[in-house]
Design a protein around this ligand. Sequence first.
Ligand SMILES: Cc1ncc(COP(=O)(O)O)c(C=O)c1O
Length: 416
Amino acid sequence: MEAKKLNLENSLKEFDHGKSLIPGGVLGIRRPYNFVEGEFPVYFDSGKGGRVTDIDGNEYIDYLCAYGPMIIGNREEEIDNAVINQIREKGFCFSLTQKYQNQLAEKMKELIPCAEMSLFVCTGSDATTTAIRLSRSYTGKKKVMRCGYHGWHDWCVEVKGGVPEKLYEDVHEFHYNNLESLENLLKEYGDDTAAVIVTPVGHPLAAEMEEPKPGFLEGCKELAHKYGAVLIFDEIRSGFRVSIGGAQKYYGVTPDMAVFGKAMANGYPIGAVTGKAEIMKEGEANVFISSTFFPNSLSFVAALKTIEILERDKVLDTIWEKGNYFIEKVQALIEKHDVGARITGIAPMMFITFDKDANKTYKAKRTEFYTQLIRKGVFLQPFHHGYICYRHTQEDLDYTINTIDEALAYIKDKYQ
Ligand SMILES: Cc1ncc(COP(=O)(O)O)c(C=O)c1O
């Protein structure tokens, strides 16, 4: 049975207003065309744990988790209190650095296999760009082989408007789980290659997720080193999620450098670059890394508290259990309804997609499927994988699984 359309009156009104004030109304990936236009809300008002409420009062179980940062959940008191105490009792924005970044760098060293030295920035894009600059300085070379989304800065942004070609002409893309594509590039440009940067888990936009095939990550490392390049894992999504030591620990391949962000501070803005001391030390004098806001302490305090909770409460083990339960149940439903749906990924981050067909009905099925979910309060989106957070309850998972069952039945009815 078709679910009833949501009342989104306030969201749509606010968005109309926003369009006259802010280019595109809202920025980037949060624009309505990245969901199902007219069916998804545009603005949230509040959130608690794994749930969020939009400005029309509709409540959702949020599986997008703010595109990754909400590893525990919204309004996590212990973390927010640590931040509030810092604001009230000490302050966080000074002419000199407070001591917390040493504690955080120490923690990174303890947990993450490649971490000998670290530095902290504000966003994931800051972190990937810093890692590339350090690698170029360390090797004295300029080419970069990339695989995955690495942010919005000039060297890697996917939409090229406003970026002179010379700023990305030395960056070449290879394909995930395809060592041959990397090797071919290195055969051509290897002598001048500074870095190979890859997301250890494959999570392309709007396409099935992939785990590394046996030997893929090891092969990236071997090839990078054969040509004297730095191997960087972009762990912005997988870090502090796939395991407390990142995907590098989980898959047992240690890169030369890695970048972290998102889940690291449960929503507070932070990016981290970490790796071998000899490469990181390029940041002492040769490479200038500075921003007015990089040394602000609130995100360090939030990250320290978040990591403390992740370790103390074995949060990531619980997320794996919940995610495995979810994937197993959804897989069974996909087989039961047989409408060309597919679930890929791993327990902490998974994606339901529809197999491409010649008539392109997969696009309509995808739209209908995600429309049915959002109408019933399940916030998952058609072009980006979802996440499981610690505060998703068993009840949330079972309600979602039931809703997916109904949505797949609806699609089967309509298309077969
Ligand atoms: C793998 C990866 N790298 C880099 C980035 C850029 O991070 P940010 O959006 O914080 O700049 C993202 C953001 O989604 C990401 O997923």
